[in-house]
Design a protein around this ligand. Structure first.
Ligand code: KIV
Ligand code: ZN
Length: 405
C-alpha cells in the first residue's frame, strides 16, 4: 500500500502537470491496448518491467490493463498499482458497475489511481455491437462515470468510435460524462478512420460547443489503420487536446496505436513552431523500445521512425559526406537524444571516399593516397556483390592490398 506522503506527492505532481497549458500528458497504453494486439501478451513479471521503465522515463499515466478481462490482468494491474510511485496508474473498464468495481479493486493501492471507463457512441456500434438505444447509452454514461467517480477522484471517460459518432450526439455525451465527474475526456479514433484536418476540427468543435468542456482535460486515442495515428494526435494537440494516448513502438490492435516515441520526438523536434512539451526523458526511448520488442517478440521494422535500426543510419555517399561535415545536414535529431551513442555510417555500394576514409581511421588504418584509391576501388567491387560490408571485410581488403604492395 502506498504511504499517505506518496499519495500526496503524486497528487501534487498531477495538479502541477494539469495546470500547465503547454504540457502534453503522455498516457501510455502499451500494457493494455498494446498488449491486445495478437501475439503481444505479457506475463506479470514482463508487465512490471515495462511499467517500471515507463515510470522511469517520465510517462504521466500508465494504463496497466483491463482488470475484468482475466485474473492475470487483475493481478498485473494490482501489482503495478502497488509498485509505481510517480505516475498515475489507470485500469480500463466497460460502462458497468461490476467492471468498474473490479478495476477499482485492482487500482486502489496506487499512489495516483485512475479509472478509465468507456462505451461506444457511434450509430454503428450502438446498433450492432451494444444493441442499445442512444438514450440508454447516455444513461449508462451518467451512471458508470458517476459510479466510478464515487470510488476514485480521477476518472477518464472514452466515447469509443468517437470519430464516426454524430457530432451533436458526441457533444451531448461528452457534456454528460463531464457532469457525472469525468476529469479526462478521451476522444477515440478506434478504427483509425480520421485524417488530421478533420480530427483537429472535431477537437475544436468540442471545445466550442460543449459548455463544460473546460472542466475536463481533452485526450486523444488514435489507431493507425491509415498510418495517421501520430499525425492525427499532433493535429489534435494543436487544436487543444492536452493528453495523447500511445504505445511503445506503436504496438496495438490491427495496425497499432499512436507510437509514443514518434509523438514525443515530434513535439521535441518542433519546439520552434509548437509550444508543447512532454515530461518524457527521450534518452530512454531506445531502451523502452528494445525492452518491449524483446518481451513481445515483435520486431521493430528497420525503417521505423525514431527506433528502427535505420533511423540513424546513412549509406549514400552524398549523405555520409554531409553527415561528416555537419550531422544536421541529414539528421533532425541527435542519436543521443533518443538514447543511442552515435549515428551509423553504413558501408555499402553507395558509400563515398570520405566515409570510407573515416571508417579506415576508426579501424586504426592509415593508407597513402595510392593505397586508398586501390582499396576503395576494391571495396566498391565487393559492395556491388555483397549487401552488407562489415569491418572484417574492409580489414581483409586492406590486408590483401598490403600483401600485394
Ligand atoms: O480504441 C479504443 O477505442 C480504445 C478505447 C477503450 C479507448 O482502446
Ligand atoms: Zn484503442
Amino acid at each position: 500500500m502506498t504511504s499517505k506522503t506518496g499519495t500526496t506527492h503524486a497528487h501534487a505532481e498531477r495538479a502541477k502537470v494539469e495546470a500547465d497549458p503547454n504540457r502534453v500528458i503522455v498516457f501510455d497504453t502499451t500494457l493494455r491496448d498494446g498488449e491486445q494486439s495478437p501475439g503481444c501478451s505479457m506475463n506479470l513479471e514482463e508487465k512490471l518491467s515495462v511499467a517500471t521503465q515507463l515510470e522511469a522515463m517520465g510517462v504521466d499515466v500508465i494504463e496497466a490493463g483491463f482488470p475484468i478481462a482475466s485474473n492475470g490482468d487483475f493481478e498485473a494491474v494490482r501489482e503495478i498499482a502497488k509498485t509505481v510511485k510517480t505516475a498515475t496508474v489507470a485500469g480500463l473498464s466497460r460502462a458497468s458497475r461490476k467492471d468498474i468495481d473490479r478495476a477499482w479493486e485492482a487500482l486502489k493501492p496506487a499512489a495516483s489511481p485512475r479509472i478509465h471507463t468507456f462505451i461506444s457512441t457511434s450509430p454503428l456500434h450502438m446498433k450492432h455491437k451494444l444493441q442499445m438505444e442512444p438514450e440508454d447509452v447516455v444513461q449508462a454514461i451518467a451512471d458508470s462515470v458517476g459510479h466510478a467517480r464515487n470510488l476514485c477522484d480521477n476518472v477518464e471517460w472514452s466515447p469509443e468510435d468517437a470519430t464516426r459518432t454524430d457530432h451533436d450526439f458526441l457533444c451531448r455525451v461528452v457534456e454528460t460524462a463531464i457532469r457525472a465527474g469525468a476529469g479526462t475526456i478521451n476522444i477515440a479514433d478506434t478504427v483509425g478512420y480520421t485524417i488530421p484536418g478533420e480530427f483537429a476540427d472535431l477537437i475544436a468543435l468540442l471545445r466550442n460547443r460543449v459548455p463544460n468542456i473546460d472542466e475536463a482535460i481533452l485526450s486523444v486515442h488514435c489507431h493507425n489503420d491509415l498510418g495517421l495515428a501520430v499525425a492525427n494526435s499532433l493535429a489534435a494537440v494543436q487544436a487543444g487536446a492536452r493528453q495523447v494516448e500511445c504505445t511503445v513502438n506503436g504496438i496495438g490492435e490491427r495496425a497499432g496505436n499512436c507510437a509514443m516515441e514518434e509523438v514525443v520526438m515530434a513535439l521535441r523536434t518542433r519546439q520552434d513552431s509548437m509550444p508543447y512539451g512532454t515530461g518524457v526523458d527521450s534518452t530512454q526511448i531506445t531502451r523502452a523500445s528494445r525492452l518491449v520488442s524483446g518481451i513481445t517478440g515483435f520486431a521493430v521494422q528497420p525503417n521505423k521512425a525514431i527506433v528502427g535500426a535505420n533511423a540513424f543510419a546513412h549509406e549514400s555517399g552524398i549523405h555520409q559526406d554531409g553527415m561528416l561535415k555537419n550531422a544536421q545536414t541529414y539528421e533532425i535529431m541527435t542519436p543521443e537524444s533518443v538514447g543511442l551513442t552515435k549515428s551509423n555510417l553504413v558501408m555499402g555500394k553507395h558509400s563515398g571516399r570520405h566515409a570510407f576514409k573515416t571508417k579506415l581511421k576508426e579501424l586504426g588504418i592509415d593508407l597513402s593516397d595510392n593505397q586508398l584509391m586501390d582499396v576503395f576501388g576494391r571495396f566498391k567491387d565487393l559492395a556491388d556483390h555483397k549487401k552488407d560490408v562489415y569491418d572484417e571485410d574492409i580489414l581483409a581488403l586492406v590486408d590483401d592490398a598490403a600483401v600485394r604492395h
